[in-house]
Write a protein that binds this ligand. Structure first.
Ligand SMILES: O=C[C@H](O)COP(=O)(O)O
Length: 247
């Protein structure tokens, strides 16, 4: 199976998190973009600060590699206005796809109206600019019942507010890859979590992200019905190599 066209090749560590400078991070993002161009990988997924430079880098090489970025990363607790502002800037800078972290803390506290409002407003902004919106629900923070419920709610809100044609541009995504779990527990996409998402996403496509490290797991998820995979091990996956660590 050619998995390259399913992949969002990801580098999302801030300079502080990786202990390198802004310039070195930009250099890493450029290497990621070049790898994507050379290997026909669908997209690169990078921090908002680097979108304009990486978009330019890709355009200068006449490539169709898509530029994705993250909004409200990684805890999702930004206010709706903050998410709108960050997304607007990313759109202005040339991002093609926006991966929003949903306010799963508000969801867990029962503030469903806030979550619905941010979903509708931010998705509307994305679609008005012909951008893809993906909603990270952070499955490691949720019980199986909550994964099912939140996925179903997102699917229902999408159907209530957007046209049939727009639904394929609204993804439900599993994980940031940055959530802190107890030692040894997976913090990203699990087969169980993805199965629950797929059963409840209705017409929305599902993106698996976080901890996808082997080509076998990626292929299995694609066969299950996942439409996109976010991974910081993209090159290894398409070269048919497994890795225990991303980045
Ligand atoms: O959104 C994508 C994730 O950050 C990728 O997670 P990963 O580094 O575990 O592959």
């Amino acid at each position: 199976m050619n998995i390259a066209q399913y992949l969002d090749s990801t580098y999302l560590k801030t300079p502080e998190q990786s202990g390198i400078s802004h310039e070195e991070t930009l250099q890493k993002d450029k290497e990621l973009a070049q790898e994507a161009i050379d290997n026909d990988i669908f997209a690169v997924m990078i921090r908002p600060d680097y979108v304009s430079e990486i978009k330019k880098f890709i355009q200068e090489r006449n490539s169709n590699v898509v530029v994705g970025t993250v909004i409200g990363f990684h805890e999702g607790t930004y206010s709706i206005d903050e998410k709108i502002a960050e997304a607007s800037k990313a759109i202005e800078d040339g991002a093609d796809e926006l991966d929003f972290v949903i306010n799963y803390t508000a969801y867990l506290q029962g503030d469903i109206e806030l979550v619905r409002e941010e979903f509708v407003k931010c998705t509307k902004l994305s679609l008005e600019h012909q951008k893809v919106a993906k909603w990270i629900i952070e499955i490691a923070a949720l019980t199986d019942e909550q994964i099912a419920d939140l996925t179903k709610k997102i699917s229902t809100w999408a159907e209530e507010n957007f046209s049939e044609n727009e639904l394929s541009k609204i993804f439900v995504k599993s994980s940031t890859g940055f959530y802190q779990t107890a030692e040894g527990k997976p913090n990203g996409a699990t087969f169980e979590g993805i199965t629950i998402m797929l059963s409840n996403a209705g017409k929305l496509p599902v993106k698996a992200a976080g901890g996808v490290r082997t080509p076998e797991d990626a292929e299995k998820m694609i066969k299950m019905g996942v439409k996109r995979i976010g991974t910081s091990s993209a090159l290894g996956l398409i070269k048919n190599e497994s890795s225990s660590e991303g980045y």
